[in-house]
Write a protein that binds this ligand. Structure first.
Ligand SMILES: *Cc1c(COP(=O)(O)O)cnc(C)c1O
Length: 352
């Protein structure tokens, strides 16, 4: 794509472009250079830790994330999980019943659900064998109403990274916005696409604290993109979309970089160990390469093996209904003990 020709105003919905966002009390007054008495937001004045509305722009969290990723705070939007971030992207750029998005199954199920909720047509271009995208078919499927292309890398449920050159070709050739979902990037031996944001004005990267950071319960999703794109998303986000407890817990956790690294390293070791032992299980037919915290495995009979595992107290995900995924199970990597129990159980089932 020619950078000069890219005009975000051509992609954003007209009503969003013209919209005047809600201005909250905490948006309007932000000069905290002396002790102020806040009688502007109809809050209960008695302190209990959460009686005040949270910072609508999550300044402290963004400062840390901006430093860690060498971007400006203006390149960051935070949401109630990546699910909210993805929903905001749909609502900012896709005109219901007119526009469409392209997804690359087998992939994360929320893209389709959000398309359905927003009444946006989803055009599927299946990944090829080996779970890589077919650039030609994708570009041939796209039309002037194709606003978003979702690339999940590492991909869920297959686990593999999407080839960098193919992503570049898609960034160059696709006329809408390319959303790279990096929910599992911390488990991969590669750098985030955040570094390339300056080169591609049509690039949006989403990340989350739900996986490597171990905070699925607090719901914090992150979006990195150009200032222009973030500005548009900011216009439509609910004013207080990230609550005070989430902001506090995320701040505490993000500061513990070493602990997170140690956990991620241990999970990757677990992945290698589970993968090695899986190849000795006689009903396992194929183990797919993974750069994530899970492994997709093809077995002889997924429903049967799934039921057998449930009876032994182990819940895995049966992904057999997904394209290219017949008879596959997805195993999340657990603690050392959990992984050992999984392996023992699979081995004993295979001998019975
Ligand atoms: C788990 C997952 C997410 C996380 O979503 P949250 O709403 O942030 O918990 C996002 N994308 C993919 C592909 C995932 O697998």
């Amino acid at each position: 794509m020619n950078k000069i020709q890219f005009d975000i105003k051509q992609l954003v919905r007209k009503n969003v472009l013209c919209l005047k966002p809600y201005s909250s009390a905490r948006d309007e007054f932000t000069d905290f250079d002396q002790d102020m008495i806040f009688l502007d937001a109809n809050e209960n004045p008695y302190e209990n830790g959460v009686n005040r509305y949270p910072d609508p722009q999550q300044k402290s969290l963004k400062t840390i994330l901006a430093n860690q990723n060498k971007v400006s705070e203006k390149n960051i939007l935070l949401g109630n999980g990546s699910d909210e971030v993805l929903d905001l992207i749909f609502r900012a750029f896709c005109e219901p019943s007119i526009d469409n998005v392209i997804t690359l199954p087998p992939t994360y199920g929320m893209y389709k659900v959000l398309a359905d909720i927003n009444n946006i047509k989803e055009q599927q271009v299946w990944l090829e064998k080996g779970f890589q995208p077919n650039v030609e078919s994708i570009l041939a499927t796209a039309n002037s109403n194709s606003k978003l292309l979702f690339i999940c890398s590492p991909n869920n449920p297959s686990g593999n990274l999407i080839d960098q050159e193919r992503i570049e070709q898609l960034l160059d050739g696709f006329k809408g916005l390319v959303v790279i979902d990096e929910a599992y990037i911390d488990f991969a031996d590669t750098k985030s696409w955040i570094e390339r944001m300056d080169k591609y004005p049509n690039l949006i990267i989403t990340q989350t604290l739900s996986k490597a950071y171990g905070m699925a319960g607090i719901r914090l999703g992150i979006c990195y993109a150009s200032e222009e794109i973030i500005g548009i998303l900011n216009k439509i986000k609910p004013p207080y979309n990230v609550n005070e407890l989430t902001q506090q817990r995320a701040l505490q956790r993000i500061a513990k970089e070493n602990q997170i690294k140690t956990e991620v390293t241990t999970i990757i070791e677990g992945r290698i160990q589970v993968k090695e032992t899986l190849s000795a299980v006689n009903f396992v037919e194929e183990i797919f390469e993974s750069d994530a915290n899970f492994i997709l495995v093809r077995v002889d009979d997924a429903n049967k093996r799934y039921d057998q595992l449930i009876r032994e107290g182990i819940v895995v995900r049966n992904r057999s209904t997904q394209p290219l995924c017949d008879n596959t199970l997805r195993f999340t990597i657990g603690t050392k003990q959990e992984n050992e129990k999984l392996i023992q159980t699979l081995t004993s089932i295979s001998k019975s």
